[in-house]
Design a protein around this ligand. Structure first.
Ligand code: HEC
Length: 114
């Protein structure tokens, strides 16, 4: 009985890992939902260009970054990254944000800057 239980538990774990991967592969971000997060966090640096942050709406700053692709932009925003201009803190310094929330706010900035 307990063997059957652990087998089915194992199947559930494998299945849920597989399905989260499937979701992650085709994530689309919601720029509208990202606006609030941008306004309450990211804008501190990204509105004014504080600490070397690329200003939202500044195409010269953003076009080459956008060309790197959303996946890289989002993963750098989640993990943080040291670039040539400055240091982007992980999740903009707000560890409470989910990865999706960070992705949404990246989408919002990208929308402003295309
Ligand atoms: C404390 C200031 C600060 C805050 C707050 C901040 N950033 Fe940044 N961010 C930076 C700096 C500085 C860079 C530029 C690093 C470089 O390219 O040298 C940057 C770069 C980026 C980039 C471009 C990465 C690339 O590959 O070119 C993205 C996307 C980004 N930030 C998203 C966000 C998001 C989303 C938030 C809010 C959740 C946020 N940032 C909050 C300072 C900040």
């Amino acid at each position: 009985m307990s063997r059957l239980f652990s087998l089915s538990l194992c199947a559930i774990v494998v299945f849920s890992l597989a399905s989260t991967n499937a979701i992650a592969a085709k994530t689309t971000y919601d720029a509208n939902a990202g606006k609030t997060i941008y306004d309450t966090g990211c804008s501190t640096c990204h509105k004014t260009g504080l600490m070397g942050a690329p200003k939202s709406g500044n195409k010269a700053d953003w076009v080459p970054r956008i060309a790197q692709g959303m996946d890289l932009l989002v993963s750098r925003s989640i993990k943080g990254y040291q670039g040539k201009k400055g240091m982007m803190p992980a999740k903009g310094g707000n560890a409470k944000l989910t990865d999706t929330q960070v992705g949404n706010s990246v989408a919002y900035m990208v929308e402003q800057s295309k």
